[in-house]
Design a binder for this molecule. Structure first.
Ligand SMILES: [Zn+2]
Length: 290
């Protein structure tokens, strides 16, 4: 359940991609800085963080629960697996039904013996410009689990690609698209593509705000404005997907407050109304999780 207030829809409170990426920066384990930067956005109205770290990404419940308690924010946790390079051996060995069962079991009984139940199947991912056979199996498993539990399904696209193919797989499992968020679609920088995704009734996530090396925020604001103009203001959700220590303000990055301090004014300057901004930050997430 979400609390009344702003929701960041795609974040990682603790994540360890460092072994595969061979970079210590991708081990997000500076708890003190995390807490202080989260407290800052809480002051600005943030209440919910959808935490999409799953099995194979270093999901660490004890750590995250400590951060949750110290910040007073509401964290929504996830079950599932990420993309092929980060799959544990078991993903290659098990069938789609068996993998679905792992997710369903966590949803029903809690994560790692904590009794804390994930509200999200995610982030379920595909590689850039391809869904590998094993990733496809995972999407089938996620489809089965969504269908059985009704939970929110949040995906990862690599540089925004393969969203339509993800949808195609999920459609075969009669997934409720009102519960589906296609992640990182901003990075596609392709309005026609986004419109085709939205045709299915899914949510599109502009969840890499501040990652200007991939795409300038100005382009994100323009695309959002255009989507709203075409009637999709109630299908857009926002986040920053902070995954690196260098993303923290303390280390020279933009920090979590960038979305509210810089990107919101940028959207207003682009002509997006306060009401639409509140929809994307507050109401749309509420509707997804209602
Ligand atoms: Zn992702």
């Amino acid at each position: 359940m979400l609390e009344k207030g702003i929701t960041y829809i795609h974040e990682h409170i603790y994540i360890d991609l460092s072994k595969i990426k061979n970079s210590d920066d991708t081990l997000l384990d500076d708890k003190e800085t995390m807490i202080s930067e989260l407290r800052e956005i809480k002051e600005k109205g943030v209440r919910n963080i959808v935490e999409v770290t799953n099995i194979g990404m270093g999901r660490n419940m004890e750590y995250m629960e400590d951060v949750r308690k110290q910040t007073g924010l509401n964290f929504i946790y996830s079950t599932g697996f990420y993309i092929e390079p980060f799959f544990p051996e078991t993903v290659f060995q098990k069938t789609d039904k068996e993998l679905a069962q792992i997710m369903i079991n966590e949803i029903k009984n809690g994560i790692d013996g904590t009794g804390i139940k994930p509200e999200v199947i995610g982030e379920i991912g595909s590689s850039q410009n391809i869904i590998t056979e094993t990733e496809k199996k995972l999407f089938q498993a996620a489809g089965i689990a969504q269908n059985e539990t009704g939970k929110v399904l949040s995906t990862h696209t690599s540089i925004g690609s393969m969203g339509l193919e993800q949808i195609k797989i999920l459609k075969e499992y009669s997934v409720n698209f009102e519960k589906v968020i296609i992640g990182h679609t901003d990075l596609s920088n392709d309005l026609d593509y986004m419109l085709r995704l939205l045709d299915y009734g899914v949510y599109t996530a502009f969840d890499t705000i501040g990652k200007n090396s991939y795409l300038l925020d100005e382009k994100r604001a323009e695309a959002i404005k255009e989507l709203i103009k075409r009637g999709y203001g109630d299908k857009i959700v926002l986040s920053m997907d902070i995954t690196r220590k260098s993303h923290f303000k303390k280390n020279g990055g933009l920090g979590y407050s960038h979305l509210l301090d810089t990107f919101v004014p940028m959207m207003e300057k682009a002509g997006i109304s306060k009401a639409d901004i509140n929809k994307m930050l507050i109401t749309n997430p509420e509707n997804i999780f209602s």
